[in-house]
Ligand binder design. Structure first.
Ligand code: DGJ
Length: 718
């Protein structure tokens, strides 16, 4: 008899997922490399049978999509909760398989626990083009008393035992997306984020891999929770050898209350498998983001080169200085001008005025109109910074509505950057925000909002004192959607002191991330490398900052700063009016080159380039037609050797012949090489895609904090 009576497979272009079940919640018995089409799933289910060992229970079920104690699973359960105000506590039970609804590329499984009065739906769709599976769980309360949920995991990812390590992404302000590679330890590891936003510290993503997996080879399984509030990741290796990963919203006490006839749905978890290393995994996530999540109002519009006022002017807004910056922006070819913090009533530093979304009468006596019109007259889009979820005690809004703030009864509230947080789940509050900001958008044809969020949430209670982060997160998405619906051509950037709110949840409502407040290119290059595991370059706000970084105190040459920003969604955030002519020329060249190349970076296949020299990293993008590629190489630290390692170029058409040449290099590269009799340094050379992949490029010697950009263009066929 078969181990399981029922099986179902879903296929992507290179991945297969196989589910199996009897009377309980289905189990994923396979998630990996695509299987042959005719394979007998019954046999696959049979060979999934597990040995019964001594001193174990007499039932031996593997981990299901929602593991239950009641079915003998002794690890971390998928649901922790109970029924309140009832004589049936319902703290554990057994869900029974009830139904399956098939879609062309997906399935919904329905389960019932009649004793507990609960139903569960598990939804899975595997996109056949992107190879990314998207799962979510919904729990329905069909009883007549409330259910209090402490933990509801998104469907549980159960890799087979072939992974021994995991990559996690941690960080802090100005150091987002730091990568840590560790063994999967025995027992249970939890990563929790209680900051009320996605956080710099605990990105909700994880990649399982084995010791030999690198960017270009080896198996790996990546997962990401699309959620911008608190979250928890559970990674557990049991004594059976089973490994499970659970991801879900972290609920404060009372946040997970499901009233009778209501339900609670987890955020989606996005899962992809690659047999060919981390670059191929990232490409699947990038493809999925481009195809299914990101919705640009004008789909094919190139990402506009941006000039942002923050590190140029900070709070010092003066009409003539701003106009001079607009002139300089237009002169070097910028396409969008974003007026950052400092424009609204009384806002001269970060101690006051959040909430008072009216142009400051001293700085803008005639409102934002004259500046907006000036920007537009120069052919640039006008964008505006806002931080709508926040309020300063020193503001007119706080005087009127101190009760709109998140807090907890009479406990003293804690400020962060001098500000408190508004309860945007209260419709009065979200109406106020919309009604004060919408007229500005309408009257000044604002095409872009930089939507900032600059503090962690502490004691986030609503007016009745209930914990409110979960609702606040949903209210944020709804408020963003309200703006997008009212202004269909508007774009929104998600910023939270840099990259504190970067995830697929908020991305469904936004169009760009402010990757980090660090414009220090040495730090930035590594942050961008981490970011690229889940996000494509066109989402990566990347600005050329001032010569001296105010967040790190490091000084860097203009050419290097421009190089590191050149492969994202590029911008300039420095006072162009005060730059030397030489540096302004570097900006102009960088903008011109970015405009020529951005289609390759923003639509092509992205590869991280890593070398045996930890300090030498790069980024490569190969166009969809494989006829063009661009590579940026960045020497972040003093090189380990005088002669750099060869750089292999993956992903080209093997039989095509390409012309390879240096597009640009920072000034100091010439100084580091007395001479370099290599054709790459002297006009370029031609070679096949196959040879470029296997033999690679020889590079000039590189000083620390220098680099070069390489263009690879098809010139023929072999
Ligand atoms: C934090 C952001 O990350 C910065 O880019 C800038 O917008 C400041 N806030 C303004 O207060």
């Amino acid at each position: 008899m078969s181990n399981y009576e029922n099986t179902l497979r879903l296929d992507g272009w290179s991945t297969t997922l196989v589910f199996a079940w009897n009377d309980g919640i289905p189990v994923v018995i396979y998630h990996g490399e695509k299987l042959q089409s005719g394979i007998d799933l019954g046999v696959l289910a049979d060979i999934h049978a597990r040995p019964f060992t001594q001193a174990s229970l007499d039932d031996n079920s593997p981990i299901s999509l929602h593991p239950e104690l009641g079915r003998g699973f002794l690890g971390h359960p998928g649901l922790i909760g109970h029924r309140v105000k009832s004589d049936k506590p319902g703290w554990a039970g057994q869900f029974v398989f009830a139904r399956r609804i098939d879609r062309e590329h997906g399935v919904t499984f329905g389960m019932i626990d009649a004793v507990r009065g609960m139903e569960m739906e598990i939804v899975c769709d595997l996109d056949p083009e992107t190879d990314v599976a998207v799962f979510a769980t919904e729990l329905f309360n069909v009883g007549d008393s409330p259910v209090s949920v402490d933990w509801l995991s998104a469907p549980v990812v159960v890799p087979a035992q072939q992974y021994s390590q995991h990559l996690s992404f941690h960080g802090r302000w100005c150091a987002e997306f730091q990568i840590e590679r560790q063994p999967i330890p025995m027992g249970l590891t939890k990563r929790e984020n209680r900051r009320g936003r996605t956080s710099h510290e605990a990105f909700p993503g994880l990649i399982l891999l084995n010791a030999k997996t690198d960017d270009e080879s080896g198996p790996c399984l990546g997962m990401h929770l699309g959620w911008s509030g608190n979250h928890r990741i559970v990674l557990e290796r049991l004594s059976t050898g089973d490994v499970q990963v659970q991801m879900g919203a972290l609920l404060f006490s009372g946040e997970g209350m499901i009233k009778p006839k209501q339900s609670m749905k987890t955020p989606s978890i996005y899962v992809a498998h690659s047999s060919n290393g981390l670059n191929a995994l990232s490409q699947k996530f990038h493809h999925h983001v481009r195809k299914n999540i990101l919705k640009f109002p004008v789909p094919d519009k190139p990402r506009p080169v941006t000039v942002n006022t923050w590190e140029a002017l900070y709070f010092d807004h003066d009409h003539s200085r701003l106009c001079a910056l607009v002139d300089a922006a237009a002169d070097i070819g910028a396409e969008r001008f974003v007026l950052d913090d400092g424009w609204f009533r009384g806002r001269n530093d970060d101690t006051s005025s959040l909430g008072d979304w009216y142009p400051d009468e001293t700085k803008y006596p005639n409102g934002l109109g004259p500046l907006a019109e000036y920007v537009q007259s120069k052919g640039l889009d006008f964008g505006l910074w806002i931080e709508p979820e926040m309020i300063n005690e020193k503001s007119e809004l706080f005087q009127k509505h101190p009760d709109w703030v998140l807090g907890l009864n009479s406990y003293p509230n804690m400020t962060g950057r001098n500000q408190l947080v508004l309860d945007i789940a209260n419709p009065l509050v979200s109406d106020y925000i919309f009604e004060t900001i919408a007229p500005l958008i309408e009257n000044h044809q604002i095409k872009y909002l930089k939507w900032d969020m600059n503090r962690d949430l502490v004691l986030p209670g609503d007016q009745s004192g209930r914990a409110n982060v979960y609702n606040q997160t949903g209210a944020l998405y709804a408020l963003m959607d309200r703006f997008l619906k009212a202004f269909p051509t508007l774009e929104i950037e998600s910023c939270a002191s840099g990259g504190g709110r970067v995830d697929y949840g908020v991305l469904a409502h936004t169009h760009r991330f402010w990757t980090s407040d660090s414009n220090d290119s040495v730090e930035r290059a590594r942050i961008q490398t981490g970011f690229s595991h889940f996000f494509p370059p066109e989402l990566m706000g990347a600005h050329i900052g001032p010569a001296w970084s105010h967040t790190s105190g490091r000084g860097l040459h203009a050419g290097f700063r421009a190089l590191v920003a050149s492969y994202g969604h590029m911008g300039i955030e420095a006072d162009l009016t005060k730059m030397s002519d030489e540096d302004r020329e570097i900006m102009r060249d960088a903008v011109t080159r970015h405009k020529q190349d951005r289609a390759i970076w923003h639509t092509g296949k992205f590869y991280r380039v890593r070398t045996v020299d930890y300090g030498l990293i790069g980024a490569l993008s190969v166009s969809v037609a494989l006829d063009q590629a661009r590579m940026v190489l960045m020497q972040l630290e003093r090189p380990r050797s005088t002669i750099p390692p060869r750089i292999r170029v993956p992903g080209l058409n093997k039989s095509a012949v390409y012309k390879v040449r240096i597009q640009t290099m920072t000034e100091q590269v010439k100084k580091a090489n007395r001479s370099f009799p290599n054709p790459i340094f002297n006009g370029g050379f031609e070679l096949t895609g196959a040879a470029l992949e296997t033999v690679g490029l020889g590079l000039p010697s590189l000083y620390a904090q220098t680099g070069l950009a390489i263009s690879i263009e098809q010139v023929g066929e072999q």
